[in-house]
Design a protein. Structure first.
Length: 174
């Protein structure tokens, strides 16, 4: 599902996250516009639901980040939404967000640590891809002198008139 150059590396990271704790059910990577880039799931999971969860996770993260900025808090680390049957955690990975959906028995401290390490790895992969390729230095080329067009047009016109006059003289001889 991921369309990035580092797809294999990112899919490996998502697999490592989901296998790090038996209570992690879904891992989703979405960009900050809400587009789901990759996911891993323990269960059959509707792709439409995955897309929706990625979009919502991204929107919630951005809203929380803005809220923290408005009240003067430092950079947002992880959002943890606690429900009666589990947790949803969302962390930034640079231009993307990492979302985990868990059961209630998850080891929260370990999952937070796993998320931070994975987020940094993903950020590094995506940062390498986002760097523009170095452009070769181009030396300026001195422009060639351009002859005035008016002079050439004048020469052509003079030749035409001379040819025309010659043709008229020849006609007059008949």
């Amino acid at each position: 599902m991921i369309y990035l150059h580092g797809a294999d590396q990112i899919n490996t990271i998502l697999h490592e996250i989901i296998t790090s704790d038996a209570n992690i059910n879904h891992v989703i990577l979405a960009d900050k516009t809400g587009l789901t880039l990759a996911y891993s799931s323990r269960f059959a999971f509707d792709e439409f639901e995955t897309e929706a969860l990625g979009a919502i996770a991204s929107a919630v993260y951005l809203a929380s980040e803005q809220q923290g900025t408005n009240v003067g808090l430092a950079e947002l680390d992880i959002i943890i939404s606690e429900f009666s049957d589990g947790l949803i955690l969302v962390a930034s990975c640079g231009s993307t967000v990492l979302c985990l959906i868990t059961d209630t028995g998850v080891a929260l401290g370990m999952v937070r640590r796993t998320m931070k390490i994975a987020a940094e790895k993903i950020r590094n992969i995506l940062d390498v891809e986002a760097k523009p390729l170095p452009t070769p230095e181009v030396q300026p080329v001195a422009p060639k002198p351009v002859e005035p067009v008016v002079v050439e047009e004048k020469k052509v016109q003079d030749e035409f008139i001379s040819d025309l006059e010659l043709a008229l003289r020849e006609l007059e001889q008949f």
